[in-house]
Design a protein around this ligand. Structure first.
Ligand SMILES: [Zn+2]
Length: 487
């Protein structure tokens, strides 16, 4: 009996994800570099960066490019069409200005459709004969200009679907109403700190078939979105096994996804989250490209129709339980006493002009047994002490550059006080922080920058500088991406 139930369990756990084949996704995965738009390599880009690419598309007879309207600051918002089939599909990205991953993938997708003589030609023709694909890349160009979520009126466009105060919201509504698409793709980014259910896996992609009422009812419009999500999840398990989640089904009447579902378009929300060692989300961009083409193929060939709705509900919900570095069960020394704690550290990207750097913060101290880290250190024999401050005050950055950094790190130094601070907020060639304050201390406390020493048996094993780990066995400090200028 036991063996039989184990057999059944195995059968059911294997069957949903692996019984299907996805030959198109496999081929796209192998040939992605051919279609990747090389002009965009980082998450932060502006309307002026995509405009020349859109102008180029306008000269390609396969595409129709029109101006759907203008943002508050007068930037044109484009509507791009490819294909002549009966089924209309609408994609819109970056209604939140700092959520650009899918926009990058849309330009890869345009490159795919502008090609006409390769191994994908038959498939491409089939897709374009069966569907008319409409795209609004970067719905919120003013927000993208500042890399901020909201538009320049400080309105969250995704809470403006009913009142339609912002011109960007009016554009999305009027495009939707004029096309009445069968499917809509609402393309966003979410924090990289979401995990899949209670697991330690990051929610690399999260999906939702938004509910059109508070009862979370299911009509054909919504269940078709659920079926397609079930199909995409099965495909994605081959690439990011265990890293796909489902967003909460709770209804938000002001959100576009929920309303567009209500207005009769099967709507799929895709949230690009986090993936290990992919801060610029270039792998997640590739996954978007494969997912969107797999979705178009499933729509063109009605492949979603036979997928059971249960496949949607089987996807675990996303859960905000991740951090960048989690140090478990260490003895924090505070006021000369030891306390056994976990320490959570996040590294947040900061933008200055057109460059970025990372500023780390201690975001939690205590029992973090329900949290996970992209990187974890563990050890109840470890003691955590504040990082040491170099005993001499130096004149300037040039004087600091004369020091032997590896030697200093191995002794537990994390900070150097200087008289003349440089203008910069960060350093990427000095693995210790520069401090322009005499009263500086490295107390281990909530909200402070994690600069500390991990000791075991009286020896310094690791030094944490701005949240990055330096192992004292290392000869180089390349693991420290950047340090801070503290003023
Ligand atoms: Zn968003």
């Amino acid at each position: 009996m036991k063996w039989f139930s184990l057999f059944l369990l195995l059968l059911f756990s294997i069957q949903p994800a692996y019984s299907q084949q996805f030959p198109l996704a496999d081929k796209l995965n192998g040939k992605y570099e051919t279609f990747k738009e090389e002009e965009i390599q980082q998450r932060r880009f502006k309307h002026s960066d995509i405009e020349p690419l859109i102008k180029q598309l306008a000269s390609d007879p396969a595409f129709e490019v029109s101006t759907a309207g203008y943002s508050v600051e007068g930037r044109p918002i484009y509507l791009i069409k490819v294909g002549d089939g009966d089924t209309n599909v609408l994609f819109w990205s970056q209604m939140h200005g700092n959520e650009s991953t899918a926009t990058m993938a849309l330009f890869d997708l345009f490159n795919f459709f502008s090609e006409n003589n390769d191994q994908f030609s038959d498939k491409r023709n089939e897709l374009l004969e069966n569907t008319s694909l409409y795209f609004i890349p970067m719905l919120n160009p003013d927000g993208a200009e500042r890399f901020e979520r909201r538009n320049v009126l400080d309105i969250d466009i995704n809470r403006d679907a009913l009142r339609l105060t912002s011109p960007e919201s009016q554009i999305l509504k009027s495009v939707r109403d004029s096309l009445n698409p069968e499917f809509g793709f609402n393309l966003h980014d979410q924090s990289s700190y979401y995990s899949v259910g209670r697991s330690a896996e990051p929610a690399t992609l999260s999906f939702l078939a938004p509910a059109y009422d508070f009862e979370q009812s299911e009509n054909e419009v919504r269940t078709n979105a659920m079926r397609l999500i079930g199909y995409l999840n099965a495909m994605l398990q081959q690439y990011i096994h265990g890293k796909v989640a489902k967003y909460s089904d709770a209804h938000e009447p002001r959100a576009f996804g929920d309303m567009i579902q209500k207005w009769g378009t099967s709507t799929i929300l895709i949230e690009s989250g986090g993936y290990p060692n992919d801060p610029e989300k270039q792998y997640i961009r590739k996954l978007n490209f494969i997912s969107l083409l797999t979705a178009i193929d499933a729509i063109a060939g009605r492949k979603f129709a036979k997928i059971n709705v249960d496949r949607y509900y089987q996807i675990p919900e996303n859960n905000r339980s991740l951090t960048d570095l989690l140090i478990r069960r260490v003895n924090m020394v505070r006021k000369n006493k030891k306390y056994l704690v976990d320490i959570g550290i996040s590294r947040r990207q900061q933008i200055v002009d057109s460059t970025s750097y990372y500023r780390a913060t201690i975001n939690d101290i205590g029992d973090l047994s329900t949290s996970h880290g992209y990187k974890e250190l563990d050890g109840n024999t470890i003691e955590v002490h504040p990082g040491k401050i170099y005993p001499d005050t130096l004149k300037n950055k040039q004087a600091v550059q004369q020091l032997d950094f590896i030697k200093l790190l191995r002794k537990g130094y994390t900070d150097i006080i200087i008289e003349d601070a440089p203008d910069a907020s960060y350093l990427d060639n000095i693995p210790l922080n520069i401090v322009a304050r005499e009263d500086y201390s490295n107390e281990i406390s909530l909200g402070s920058v994690p600069n500390f020493i991990l000791k075991e048996d009286g020896h310094i094993r690791q030094v944490i500088v701005n949240g990055y780990i330096f192992d004292t066995k290392d000869d180089q400090a390349t693991s420290i991406r950047n340090t801070l200028v503290i003023k």
